[in-house]
Every structure is written in C-alpha cells, then in structure tokens.
Design a protein around this ligand. Structure first.
Ligand code: ZN
Length: 242
C-alpha cells in the first residue's frame, strides 16, 4: 500500500490541484490531509471541496478551527488574523459544517495522524527542536507519526535507546526498531525557502518514505490574493517560500 500525505493547503487551490494530480500520477492507494485547508489563500471553499473529495482522512488544523469560530484568533499574528477574518466572511456554510466535523487526531494504518502534536492535538504547539520531538515521541505508540503545522518538512528519528536525530533527507527507509515523526511540509504556504508545494508518500511494504516538491502557478494565486486584498506580506512570501 502506498499512502499520500499532505498538509497546510491554506486556501491555495492552484497548489492543491498540482499536488492531487501528482498523487494521482503516483497511483497512491489512499490519501491523508493533516489540516489547515483554509486561511491565507483566496480559494477556501474550493480547497475544502477538493480535499474532502480526494482525501480518505482529513485532520483539523488551527486555521480551520479559528475560521469556523471555535477558537480565538488572539494567538495568531496580524496577517494570519486578517486572512482568517477574510476567510470567515467568504466561507460557505457547507464548508463550515464540513470543517467542524474534522477529528484532531487519528490512529490508523499503523500511524498517528495529527496537525500539530500527538500529545496535545488541540494546543497547537510546534515540533521544531529535538526537545519538542522528545515529548511528542512519549505520547504516541505507533511507529510513525505524521504532522504538519510548521510548514517545514523534516523527519525526527528516535532509536531504540531513545536518542533523537533530525533528518532532512527527502527519502528515508523506515527501520523496524525506530520511531518517526514526519513533517510533510505545506502545500499552499511553504516556509522552508522552497516555494514549491510539498507532499509525502509512504510505501508501507517497501518501508520507504519520500518527500516530493512540485511547482505550481504562484503568480495566479498572488493575483487572486491581490484582487481580494489579502495582506501583501502573505502574497509576497509565496514567491520565496519563506
Ligand atoms: Zn498551517
């Protein structure tokens, strides 16, 4: 079985379409989306619709929760808050309903699937450092945990002695006696300096995980964002992926 995983679409339907096409070409058997379907980008409804249609399982993200009014935006930065306010104004009631039903965490297919952290899925902490990863490794039992949220693809590997290594290789072998926290990066708002949309593929039988990047028409998204007056900072950062 081959599983496609992506996260943090953020209303960027151009990037989403390219990723879904790539996953189709790769003939994956099932698809997981780890949340933040909306927020930042100009096409939230289309993204909700397409993700729900394509993905077998979808997880709740903090931008989804804030957009549907179930979480305060006081912890968000100014630009994120402006984008959420805009998204709230345009999102259809059907999309709100669909987002409101998303789970915060799933344990399926021998893996844990969550937007932020497996220990406290509704607290929206980030797994950036080895210390962050240490606490997260304590809180899930499956060999693999897939996350999004930081928009920076990375893999944390814990060996049988409990030691943790950070790995930025794009292709890894899943070893039997180790545990993995895998961040699949972001489809619609990458922030690791590579503006291309990001997604991962897990080959369960071959025990291989691979991160892939695909180009998408960034200018088209930027023009749409300009038209609806989304913050300039958010428009500009799509070009650099930072
Ligand atoms: Zn996000």
């Amino acid at each position: 079985m081959r599983i496609g995983v992506f996260s943090d679409v953020h209303g960027n339907v151009e990037a989403l379409e390219v990723v879904l096409k790539a996953l189709g070409d790769e003939k994956v058997d099932c698809i997981y989306c780890l949340g933040d379907l909306v927020g930042y980008g100009p096409d939230p409804d289309q993204c909700v619709e397409k993700v729900m249609e394509a993905a077998d399982s979808v997880i709740m993200g903090n931008h989804d929760l804030a957009t549907i009014g179930q979480m305060s935006t006081s912890d968000f930065n100014t630009f994120a808050r402006q984008a959420i306010d805009w998204t709230r104004g345009v999102l259809s009631s059907e999309s709100v309903e669909r987002l409101s039903q998303l789970p915060f965490l799933l344990v399926e297919a021998d893996a844990t699937w969550v937007h932020a952290t497996p220990g406290a899925p509704d607290e929206w902490d980030y797994i950036i450092s080895v210390i962050d990863a240490y606490y997260s490794f304590e809180s899930f039992k499956t060999p693999l945990c897939f996350v999004g949220h930081s928009h920076v693809p990375v893999v944390f590997i814990q060996d049988e002695n409990g030691d943790i290594a950070i790995c930025d290789e794009t292709e890894i072998t899943i070893e039997e006696d180790k545990k993995y926290i895998i961040n699949v990066g972001s489809v619609g708002q990458p922030r690791d300096g590579d503006p291309r949309a990001s997604y991962g593929i897990l080959d369960v039988e071959k025990r291989r995980y691979r991160l892939n990047r695909v180009i998408y028409p960034i200018k088209t998204v930027q023009e749409k964002m300009q038209k609806v007056h989304l913050p300039r900072f958010l428009i500009a950062r799509l070009s650099t992926g930072e």
